[in-house]
Design a protein around this ligand. Structure first.
Ligand code: NDP
Ligand code: MG
Length: 382
């Protein structure tokens, strides 16, 4: 029996993880956490035997506690308290944003396995997360579909035989557009992803290609590869999720219809594989797979992310935090689509990069970037 804590239980990944766990007797959900969604947490608590519950928002936690007639943790340390109180084997971190970083660190430091959907943890605090894994002995099991695929393509291939890792990108809803064609994008258009149904923030990140940029940094951290050995290719069908290019010219690929239950299940049941009711690829009808190079001029967020990754230190934390504020402002109708990229570039130009040597350094960089973007939005810069 594996004891699982689900952080971000009310979200897109969290609810799919609950579905995966419900289908397997040997996965036991012992803890559930979310931000402020009382109804979502209450429903998840009633559907599972979870012993420990948390909502980051104290007022929401009080309402959920009243409804369930049992305690619900809350406040800034709620996620870490929940991990300690539940003593899980695996923590699925499906919180959105850098808000998930401390829970990732706590999980690994305590030697628990981390099923990681919250890529922002690795982007903002990469070296700290890796150090926590080394110190505590917890394993990082990627949930992001591309990284789950890459881990499987790599297998136990000796590192000197690997030439590069290839991350596929659907290209998002605006693939093929010019920059001028991005100026008038509405929130509704940005939220209409062609192949994946996901939370709002990652859906906008997929439209700007920032998501792919975050994933390049994530791959750099997870697989300890220089940026020169991480390739991005646009693949509109989202059927090939990742590829490993080997020195003899072979490309090992991982394929399947886009369905996050597959990588979620792999991370939760690792090293076993359990059945997932995903639609199989069928050969009875013809279909094709297309590949094209990414357009780094039109989708500058991908380029900015790779540059921030190469700069290192707190630069990726600045990129991530600036992007979080800019995306929230875009979703609120306060700024246009192209302003996301402009605000992230501005933050990278104005927030000094520091060495990434402590959580305090990440927190300071994150706060400075958020403040810079908020001021620029307040000035009407976007
Ligand atoms: P959603 O927006 O659907 O869900 C986010 C979850 O995080 C919700 O449960 C939310 O709770 C919770 N949350 C937000 N803030 C806090 C906080 N401070 N403390 C605790 N919980 C919090 O996002 P997704 O499920 O789409 O994405 C989650 C993560 O997984 C992201 O990092 C994303 O990049 C990554 N990911 C997602 C994929 C997908 O297919 N959706 C694919 C690959 C990666 P509440 O509902 O109460 O606000
Ligand atoms: Mg992904």
């Amino acid at each position: 029996m594996k004891r699982i804590a689900i952080l971000g239980a009310t979200g897109s990944i969290g609810t799919q993880a609950l579905e995966v766990a419900a289908a397997h007797d040997d996965l036991q959900v012992v803890a559930l956490a979310a931000g402020s969604d009382v109804d979502g947490l209450v429903a998840a608590a009633r559907a599972t035997d979870a012993e420990v519950l948390a909502l980051a928002d104290p007022a929401a936690a009080e309402r959920a506690a009243a409804e369930l007639g049992r305690p619900v943790l809350s406040g800034p340390n709620a996620l870490v308290e929940l991990i300690d109180a539940s003593g899980p084997d695996v923590v699925l971190n499906a919180v959105v944003g850098a808000a998930g970083l401390e829970a990732s660190l706590a999980t690994l430091e305590r030697g628990y396995d981390l099923a990681l959907a919250n890529k922002e943890s690795l982007v903002a605090g990469g070296d700290l997360v890796l150090a926590a894994a080394r110190a505590g002995g917890g394993r990082i099991l990627p949930v992001d579909s591309e990284h789950s695929a890459l881990q499987q393509c790599l297998g136990d291939t000796p590192r000197e035989q690997l030439t590069s890792l290839v991350i596929t990108a659907s290209g998002g809803p605006f693939r093929g557009r010019t920059r001028a064609g991005l100026a008038e994008i509405t929130v509704e258009q940005a939220l209409a992803h062609p192949t994946w149904a996901m939370g709002a923030k990652i859906t906008v990140d997929s439209a700007t290609l920032m998501n792919k940029g975050l994933e390049v940094i994530e791959a750099h951290m997870l697989f300890d590869l220089p940026y020169s050995q991480i390739e991005v290719v646009v693949h509109p069908q989202s059927i090939v999720h990742g590829m490993a290019r080997l020195r003899d010219g072979a490309l090992i690929a991982h394929l399947g219809h886009p369905d996050m239950r597959v990588p979620i299940s792999y991370a939760l049941t690792y090293p076993r594989r359990e059945a997932v009711p995903a639609r199989p690829l069928e050969w009875s009808e013809a279909f094709s797979l297309d590949f094209q190079p990414p357009d780094l001029e039109t989708f500058g967020c991908l380029r900015l992310a790779i540059e921030a990754g190469e700069a290192g230190g707190t630069a990726p934390a600045v990129l991530n935090a600036a992007n979080e504020i800019a995306v929230a402002a875009f979703l609120a109708g306060a700024i246009g689509f192209l302003a996301i990229e402009e605000l992230v570039a501005d933050a990278l130009d104005h927030v000094a990069v520091q060495p990434l040597d402590s959580l305090a350094a990440v927190v300071a960089a994150d706060a400075a970037a958020r403040a810079r973007v908020e001021v620029r939005i307040g000035e009407g810069a976007a």
